[in-house]
Design a protein around this ligand. Structure first.
Ligand code: HPA
Length: 273
């Protein structure tokens, strides 16, 4: 028997017992971008461990709190820290919070991540609107009996990343004097960074950036009918492009450098989403 629906409802009821806010926008923050949490006004902070059926994140640089509050007058629910398959969670576990966000009222989702740049015209510190993704994890959060209360059996993914929100993000950045890149995000399992051969393969496949998150969350969001905006912070050039090894420290340093631009963009975007 599949208890997923009941688990979602129990998690949602618990959150609703802690706050009367009804968030319309969900936000998921990637590596080093947790600083966006400072944007949430009058937050109710709920540690993941207190929420029934929520997993707990284990990776350095990822906190584990759900924040509910407002940004520029819009009610939001923010995941400060997310779950990755490389931590040992199944894809449906990494995406569970997205279903809970939907259950408490969210209709839109902003997902952010740190990603390696595959497109050689990119530079570390660039921000990229995700136009589409390649799910190369070999896993899928929708496997198993489909619960039609959560979505249809065979969901369309042709506009998983909302054209309207992509356009809005690009126009907002232009208004702030910089350009967003736009490209395809390849989601792999990790936790090792890719080999140079894998990066050449991914480039041939049409990927512009690569990371270890996002795809299962967006598949579930799409299934749930959420309107999704994805933004990658290009934290490093992918393996084999530069003559230097990749490190988590570099990822965190670049994320730290772009945080002000990122904050400003998100602050301007939220009220228009
Ligand atoms: N590869 C995979 N995931 C990543 C990278 C990368 O180069 N940079 C940040 N996350």
């Amino acid at each position: 028997m599949n208890h997923a629906y009941e688990h979602i409802q129990e998690a949602a009821s618990y959150i609703q017992s802690r706050t009367s806010a009804r968030p319309e926008i969900g936000l998921i923050l990637g590596s080093g971008l947790g600083v966006l949490a400072d944007l949430v006004e009058n937050p109710v902070t709920i540690p993941y461990r207190e929420i029934p059926h929520f997993p707990v994140s284990t990776v350095e640089g990822h906190a584990g709190d759900l924040l509910i509050g407002t940004i520029e007058g819009r009610a939001v629910v923010m995941m400060k820290g997310r779950f990755h398959m490389y931590e040992g969670y199944g894809p449906e576990v990494t995406a569970f919070p997205v279903r809970v966000m939907k259950a408490i009222g969210a209709e839109k989702l902003l997902v952010t991540n740190a990603a390696g740049g595959i497109n050689t015209s990119y530079e570390p510190g660039d921000l990229m609107v995700i136009s589409d993704h390649l799910n190369l994890t070999g896993r899928n959060p929708l496997i198993g009996a489909n619960d039609s209360r959560l979505g249809v059996r065979f969901p369309d993914m042709s506009q998983a990343y909302s054209p309207r929100l992509r356009q809005l993000a690009k126009a907002t950045a232009e208004g702030q004097g910089f350009s967003l890149r736009e490209g395809v995000y390849a989601g792999l399992l990790g936790p090792n960074y890719e080999t140079p051969a894998e990066i050449r393969m991914l480039r041939t496949m049409g990927a512009d950036a690569v990371g270890m998150s996002t795809v299962s969350e967006v598949i579930v969001a799409s299934h749930a009918g959420l309107e999704v905006l994805g933004i990658s912070c290009i934290s490093n050039m992918a393996a084999g492009i530069l003559d230097q090894p990749l490190s988590h420290d570099e990822v965190m340093e670049t994320a730290d450098k772009v945080k002000d631009a990122f904050l400003k963009l998100v602050l301007a975007l939220i009220p228009k989403m």
